[in-house]
Design a protein around this ligand. Structure first.
Ligand SMILES: C[S@@+](CC[C@H](N)C(=O)[O-])C[C@H]1O[C@@H](n2cnc3c(N)ncnc32)[C@H](O)[C@@H]1O
Length: 271
């Protein structure tokens, strides 16, 4: 499986979109890591790490006595992350090219595994769960930030094309074998395997056009709209209509974006 198998692509615009997205979601990620007891000296696995933006923050928290192993499918992202780790002088961070569905998982007995916006792209969740069981120590914590309600995505009150865009996104994820809302199924799959659910917390996101959340969602419409057109799920006229709605919303203080609702799911491997 090459880089092209990641539905959203690994081009520079997507890498920059992931950087901005990470900045927006970092407070929620940090709070989740804190609740999971992340601290100095711990061994952490970042599953489907992208270019490693979260992995770098995790590496700063565990410090030089800890270890962060970031597994990622895309060679381009792994190379970008390795360069950033060298620049930031984080020898405790290793990025490794790894297909979660196929490659053997590490067995170091990690204290914590972090997985954000990855399960949604996997056609089969069993290899992910089996791999996590091999990699985490007994009592280790799994923290998942995956979507639970993509239908909340929208621009209000006048976003008809944007609403169609949200539906087209969900369709594209399903057609590629994924699931826009994998955190609807993951708690049941985990408990069936003997994991204990420690926390379930929905995380909504909303904001005006000039807010970080608004900018994040507008950028997603721009970047992913191109891919949706290639897939035949979105047209030039849809894109033009969406651009007009976005432009009208920019100067309207009563207009606001809502993102797909995330669910923080924390589970532990039963001892
Ligand atoms: C939306 S990005 C999220 C990246 C990162 N977790 C973050 O929060 O910024 C999804 C990532 O999952 C990776 N991915 C998808 N399928 C994968 C697989 N089978 N094995 C490893 N990584 C995979 C993609 O290459 C991409 O980097």
């Amino acid at each position: 499986m090459g880089d092209s198998s990641y539905l959203l692509g690994t081009h520079t615009e997507e890498l920059e979109r992931l950087r901005f997205q990470h900045e927006l979601w970092l407070p929620a990620a940090r709070a989740a890591w804190q609740r999971a007891g992340l601290g100095t000296g711990m061994c952490v696995l970042d599953v489907g790490a992208g270019p490693g933006f979260a992995a770098m923050d995790l590496a700063r928290i565990v410090g030089p006595t800890g270890l962060v192993l970031a597994l990622e499918l895309s060679e381009a992202y792994v190379a970008a992350g390795q360069a950033m780790a060298r620049r930031e002088q984080l020898p405790q961070l290793e990025l490794r090219q790894h297909n979660l569905l196929r490659d053997p998982w590490p067995t170091e007995g990690f204290d914590l595994a972090w997985c954000r916006w990855v399960a949604m792209f996997l056609p089969d969740l069993d290899p992910l769960l089996t791999g996590l069981e091999q990699s985490l120590r007994l009592g280790g914590q799994l923290v998942l930030h995956e979507y639970v309600h993509w239908d909340t995505f929208g621009l209000h009150p006048n976003g008809r094309a944007i609403a169609r865009f949200g539906q087209a996104c969900q369709c594209s994820f399903r057609e590629a074998g994924g699931d826009p809302d994998p955190n609807r199924r993951l708690p049941a799959l985990l408990t069936a395997r003997g994991w204990r659910i420690e926390a379930l917390q929905p995380i909504p996101v909303a904001g005006g056009s000039r807010s970080m959340a608004g900018q994040w969602l507008q950028r997603f419409v721009e970047v992913y709209g191109v891919r949706l057109q290639e897939l035949g799920l979105w047209s030039h006229s849809d894109a033009a209509e969406a651009r007009a709605e976005i432009a009208a919303a920019t100067d309207d203080p009563g207009s606001f974006w809502v993102g797909p609702t995330l669910l923080e799911l924390r589970a532990s491997r039963a001892e």
